[in-house]
Design a protein around this ligand. Structure first.
Ligand SMILES: *[C@@H]1O[C@H](CO)[C@@H](O)[C@H](O)[C@H]1NC(C)=O
Length: 376
């Protein structure tokens, strides 16, 4: 009887959840490699994973860097009636932006869906400008407020940016804009991030969201308002955040290979970021991990391994809040037309998609915690 009640309660709760399907598109690396342009782009737009995490007072603009391996996106509607955009759901930033009609085709970075504010009955112009900073400079846009549709849910009067120019590398990313899911401390002045509005407007049953990132083209999902056990096995291991005002910050106690501590021997501060493709870490620690994997460095600084026998490489074990999360080579070796790379690159510690594909991730705002469970 009791278990029937629990089951009913569980069904009721999981039915209140909204699921936004995420697609896994071709990465910019794949697209550019196919066209023989990757080398040129990589030289012009070197990847700087630290760019988006600099303290806001050190910069006047929203930073962007060219992460060539980002692949996941989902659809949102902007305005009334909704105009649809593919966005990167990014737990490493807090702003929402899409390209505007003023982003003309003479600017090839703008080769994406564009928002026509005149066609939306609910659009209100903002007064503040919007900046997106690229490695190669920064581009200005405008701001506004409108209704945002996510699945069957409508968030009203959401502040967002409308870009007017975009760097050339944006042409090859699989999404049109970005929807930030980090904390208000990182958002532009002018309005709360969309998740805060969603919660404050009573649209979701719990102040949390979760993500399942599949290795396949289809099957990935962003779940608004809770967690869904059909996407993981075992239980969710919860980890308290620190400084939960800007990013999803956690402490990694250590990283082991075959029982040896190979990184974070005195613990590390890391950001859980769905908008970074790989795992980033301090140079010396990352060199050490890549050394254990027998990787060599190519001309772009990527750590490359032979594609044969990658299954013989060791698990890399992340010790976090007393739990062990083992990342097998099937998760951290990334294959593209040019060969195999390890998913470990230098920079500030970031657990990106390489980690999140292996571990379903829950982002709990009420309790300031992140949860990881073995992805189903
Ligand atoms: C933008 O929307 C308005 C109002 O619906 C329409 O008249 C105009 O043609 C649209 N602009 C473009 C470029 O589609």
């Amino acid at each position: 009887m009791k278990s029937a009640f629990v089951l009913l309660a569980f069904l009721a709760l999981s039915q209140g959840l909204l699921r936004i399907p995420l697609m896994r598109g071709k990465s910019a690396r794949q697209l550019l490699e196919e066209r023989g342009l990757f080398e040129e782009y990589r030289k012009k737009f070197p990847y700087n994973p630290a760019a988006k995490f600099l303290p806001r007072n050190e910069q006047s603009a929203v930073p962007m860097t060219f992460d060539p391996d980002i692949t996941y996106y989902g659809e949102i509607g902007v305005g009334t009636p909704p105009q649809f955009f593919k966005v990167l759901f990014d737990t490493g930033s807090s702003d929402l932006w899409v390209p505007s009609m003023s982003c003309t085709s003479t600017n090839s970075g703008c080769d994406h869906a564009k928002f026509n504010s005149s066609a939306s009955s609910t659009f209100q112009a903002g007064t503040k400008p919007f900046y997106i900073m690229y490695n190669s400079g920064f581009a200005a846009g405008s701001t506004g407020y409108d209704t945002i549709k996510l699945s069957d849910l409508y968030v009203e009067h959401q502040f967002f940016g409308l870009t007017e120019t975009e760097a050339v590398f944006m042409m090859s990313v699989p999404w049109d804009g970005i929807l930030g899911l980090a904390f208000p401390g990182m958002s532009l002045e002018g309005g709360p991030p969309i998740f805060d509005n969603m919660w404050n407007q009573g649209k979701i049953p719990q102040n949390m969201f979760s993500m399942y990132l599949s290795s396949s083209v289809e099957g990935s999902v962003l779940i608004l308002g809770g967690t869904d056990p059909s996407y993981y096995t075992g239980s969710i291991k919860w980890i308290p955040l620190f400084r939960a005002t800007n990013f999803w910050n956690i402490h990694i106690q250590s990283i082991n290979i075959d029982g040896n501590t190979v990184a974070c021997s005195a613990s590390c501060e890391a950001i859980v970021d769905s908008g970074t493709s790989v795992i980033i870490g301090s140079g010396q620690d990352i060199n050490n991990i890549n050394g254990w994997l027998g990787a060599s460095t190519d001309q772009y600084g990527d750590a490359v391994v032979s594609c044969s026998n990658t299954n013989l490489l060791p698990d890399i074990v992340f010790n976090i809040n007393g739990y062990s999360f083992a990342l097998p080579p099937s998760a951290y070796v990334m294959k593209s037309a040019s060969g195999c790379r390890t998913g470990f690159a230098p920079g500030p510690w970031i657990l990106g998609e390489v980690f999140m594909r292996q571990f379903y991730t829950a982002f709990d705002i009420s309790n300031n915690m992140v949860g990881f469970a073995q992805a189903a």
